[in-house]
Design a protein around this ligand. Structure first.
Ligand code: LLP
Length: 421
């Protein structure tokens, strides 16, 4: 459930009519609901309340400082994958001992930064990375907690670009070689082996792949303990999907996911970490956009809106579906019109939806792209020199701009022309 509902004929975020935000901030603009974020985070906590746990918000899904601060203040940890994300988590007030560092390509400066600033654990993804981290930590006179990310070779049954747990993906070390890798890790200076990490993909709508992966992690825990390793922590990744369409095919709920975790690894007595991103923030955000033109093509009608693929890349990149709804609630029984909803960018791929059923729209009409809180603003670019889309956070009956729209001067000011030109 989210807090974007029609009230008195107008789509609201909590108690704020979205048309007010569009009027005051302009469009396109991302709008997030603090109540929805809080609610979704609470559902994961509740799902794991049977054990010691830390819900580490996947910063890659939405890294706005205000969103991170909200999550951090609720007690969330953070899953970061770059020095920039680490800096954001710290700037949002999250202590290092609640930050886990994932990713296949951590650089030495990134390792140093996290060791200096404090880190809960590095999720190590390869032997070369493990050796580099050992050298960096030992060189700094530090001992850093690690989990090794294993690749369980499980099909997550999701879009191929966001599946990460098959043996042909670049992530983790093959689980079949885990025992030898842990033996090396235990012998390296500067590393303290704490646990096992796994993440098999994103937007999973079926619990079976989680079950399969976590069963393998449970077996590995037993095997590693038999080898003398102290495995006290399991990081089970993120990936639980969200409903992108308002139909009856909603993915499983966090509480059911928590049950899968309990059944698979609950008996091991480990502290559990999870790294949800999309499930917390996806349906806590919408992208507002205004219709620039309604264009009648030969066989189809185009709704040309002021948001484009550079603002919300998912449809162009993954063929992803985002429900598009008008800000003014259609009257009961009002007719619908099929539009191809497109942006102004000069590519045919800049199409959000073909044949979207909307009420009759006119220039100046406002729409919301739903489920846009995760992997929306963070994947935006300035392609076609369109300034980065601004972000707004709503709480109750008030809102704040949490990232302003850059002016053209600001956008241009980042370039410099050498004096010899
Ligand atoms: N942990 C790790 C190590 C990850 O790689 C990811 C996502 C997550 C946690 C969070 O997964 P979530 O709970 O959000 O599914 N840009 C794509 C999604 C990429 C996900 C990458 N990794 C999209 O727009 O669908």
């Amino acid at each position: 459930m989210d807090h974007f509902l029609y009230r008195d004929g107008h789509l609201h975020a909590e108690d704020v009519p979205l048309s007010r935000i569009a009027a005051e901030v302009g469009t396109p603009v991302y709008v997030y609901s603090a109540a929805t974020l809080t609610r979704h985070f609470g559902l994961f906590r509740q799902a794991l309340d049977w054990t010691d746990h830390l819900v580490c918000f996947a910063v890659k899904s939405n890294s706005n400082l205000a969103v991170l601060k909200l999550m951090g203040d609720l007690g969330a940890g953070m899953d970061v994958v770059s020095g920039g994300e680490y800096a954001r988590a710290r700037a949002a007030g999250v202590p290092g001992d609640r930050i886990v560092f994932s990713g296949v390509g951590k650089t030495v400066p990134e390792m140093r930064m996290a060791i200096e600033g404090g880190i809960r654990q590095f999720n190590v993804e390869s032997e070369p990375e493990m050796r580099a981290l050992s050298a960096v930590a030992a060189g700094m006179g530090a001992t850093v907690p690690i989990a090794v990310r294993v690749n369980p070779d499980v099909d997550a049954k999701t879009h191929e670009k966001i599946a990460t747990g098959k043996s042909d993906n670049k992530f983790g070390i093959p689980i079949s070689r885990a025992v030898e890798v842990y033996a090396e890790a235990a012998a390296l200076p500067g590393l303290q082996v704490m646990g096992i990490d796994v993440h098999i993909g994103s937007q999973l709508t079926d619990l079976d792949p989680f079950r399969a992966a976590y069963a393998k992690v449970a077996d590995l825990t037993t095997a590693l303990r038999a080898e003398g390793h102290r495995i006290t922590r399991l990081d089970l990744g993120g990936g639980l999907g969200i409903p992108y369409r308002r139909d009856n095919n909603a993915p499983p709920l966090p509480i059911e996911y928590g049950e899968v975790i309990r059944e698979a690894v609950g008996h091991l007595g480990c502290e559990i970490e999870i790294e949800p991103g999309r499930n917390i923030v996806g349906n806590a955000g919408v992208l507002l956009s205004e219709v620039i033109y309604v264009k009648n093509g030969q066989d189809r009608d185009f709704l040309i809106v002021d948001a484009a693929m550079n603002d919300l890349l998912r449809p162009a990149m993954y063929g992803a579906h985002h429900d598009i709804v008008p800000l003014v609630e259609p009257a009961v029984g009002a007719g619908v019109h099929a539009y191809d909803v497109v942006g102004p960018v000069c590519e045919s791929g800049d199409t959000f939806q073909k044949g979207a059923e909307l009420p009759e729209m006119a220039a100046g009409g406002l729409v919301a792209f739903r489920s846009a809180g995760a992997y929306g603003a963070v994947m935006a670019s300035e392609y076609n020199s369109r300034p980065l889309v601004p972000e707004v956070l709503v709480r109750g009956d008030h809102f704040a701009v949490i990232r302003p729209r850059p002016t053209y001067e600001e956008m241009l000011g980042r370039d410099s022309v050498p004096e010899w030109l």
